[in-house]
Design a protein around this ligand. Structure first.
Ligand code: AMP
Ligand code: GLY
Length: 418
């Protein structure tokens, strides 16, 4: 089969690495891919948001199956367009991708179907939002409704911060149309857990839980980022909590989507908070998390491409999805300055990092030029190690990180330890 992956980050490198081993695949492409993905797939310079370009590439290259990994093309209806020309896809259609692309849709869904989440109010007028912020206790969470490259959420500690967030969304239009409507939410407290789940709309199979580290600096300090590291499984996520989540959140969510005529097929991301009143949903994403995929997929024991085909063909119940015993730790190495301004084009040396047992190095923002590996993004590498236990995984990941070098490189030294 001819298969293509849409996207070019660490998540797509992890997916490419694990499906490339499938004997069912004769040719694997990545659009646009990156310096690491080029080792397992042919990279084609078509952006993940160029839906017309993706569709004509699929037509001209007899693509049989596509994996649409990032949020933007999913929200833009990439899966609908490809399926319409006979390309089978792993990923939700546009109607189902709304679970991520509109936070207001997600909130109203949860309210209608009794799925536990933070209390909220929707605002379309600046004055009303500001009056609410002026009268309310703090902290409060201000969220842009639509996709905002992971930057649309502010946990405001006081009125000044909330006001800035409201004005940035609704007046300055920092996120364009995505911020025309906003949500203001109750601030929940507790450990955060990510659960990625395969679903074909009828069956839902949660993967091993994980914990992202979103803040830029050690000790969970500094601004939010796309994610600076992940450990899996998540220490706080006990079998009892998993069962509660299955019954009160996971199954009700896929059933709710089906009842709304928006059957979800693909990987559904549950961002959860374990509050003293039980687990609650912080957010849904319509795709694998990044870097959660880089930590969770190395623990998957079942062939990933077989699962993806079963999801597409609504036969997930027939595939036993298994994980290995053990743990993983993924440390992201970023460019100096990230998540703010940073420079790219620095040469990367990987040293002996690949020799450390259990280590996989996923490229997030790299490119190959004249035989050299160069930095090409904010998050540059996601270094994952698998071990028998969390301590071993962590030690191996940092042993590998210490072998890697490029100018200005920066990483958190407390992934899995805070
Ligand atoms: P999101 O982009 O929705 O994942 O939000 C980014 C981060 O903001 C989450 O990972 C949480 O740490 C935090 N957050 C979002 N909503 C809430 C909430 N209602 N209460 C507390 N923290 C939140
Ligand atoms: N790591 C968070 C996300 O993928 O949205």
């Amino acid at each position: 089969m001819n298969v293509m992956i849409i996207g070019g980050g660490g998540r797509e490198h992890a997916i490419a690495r694990y499906i490339a081993v499938s004997p069912k695949i004769t040719k694997l492409y990545a659009l646009p891919g990156n310096g690491g993905i080029s080792e397992v797939a042919e990279c084609v310079n078509i952006s993940a948001e160029d839906i017309d370009g993706i569709v004509s590439f699929a037509q001209n290259n007899a693509i049989d199956f596509a994996i649409v990994a990032p949020d933007d093309p999913l929200a833009m209806g990439c899966v609908d367009r490809l399926e319409a020309i006979g390309v089978k896809c792993f990923g939700p259609d546009q109607k189902a991708a709304i679970i991520e692309s509109s936070k207001i849709f997600a909130k109203e869904l949860m309210k209608k179907y009794g799925i536990p989440t933070a209390d909220y109010k929707i605002f379309t007028e600046i004055d009303e939002a500001l009056s609410y912020c002026a009268l309310h206790d703090y902290p409060l969470v201000v969220k842009a409704d639509g996709l905002a490259k992971g930057k649309g959420v502010t946990v405001a500690e006081n009125f000044k911060q909330a006001r800035e967030a409201v004005l940035s969304c609704m007046k300055d239009k920092a996120f364009g149309k995505s911020g025309e409507r906003i949500l203001i939410e109750e601030c929940l407290r507790g450990p955060e857990v990510t659960v990625l789940a395969f679903t074909d709309g009828k069956t839902i199979v949660p993967m091993l839980s994980s914990m992202d580290h979103k803040r830029a600096y050690d000790g969970n300090k500094g601004p939010n980022t796309g994610g600076m590291g992940v450990v899996a499984p998540n220490f706080y996520y006990t079998p009892e909590i998993a069962e509660e989540c299955m019954n009160k959140i996971f199954v009700p969510t896929i059933e709710a989507m089906k009842s709304e005529g928006r059957t979800f097929k693909g990987c559904l991301y549950f961002g959860l908070m374990l509050t003293k009143d039980g687990p609650k949903v912080i957010e849904y994403n319509c795709r694998f998390g990044d870097p959660e995929a880089e930590a969770v997929l190395p623990l998957l024991a079942t062939d990933l491409f077989t699962i993806m085909q079963a999801v597409r063909d609504e036969k997930l119940a027939e595939v036993p999805v298994k994980f290995i015993d053990g743990a993983s730790c993924c440390v992201v190495i970023a460019s100096g300055g990230y998540p703010g301004k940073y420079l790219t084009g620095y040469e990367i040396t990987l040293g002996e990092s690949g020799e450390v047992p259990g280590v996989e190095i996923f490229h997030a923002g790299t490119k190959k030029e004249n035989g050299k590996l160069l930095t090409a993004g904010g998050r540059v590498l996601a270094v994952t190690a698998v071990g028998d236990n969390p301590a071993e995984a962590r030690e191996r990941a940092y042993d590998a990180v210490k072998c890697i070098n490029f100018e200005g490189m920066r990483y958190r030294s407390d992934i899995g330890a805070c």
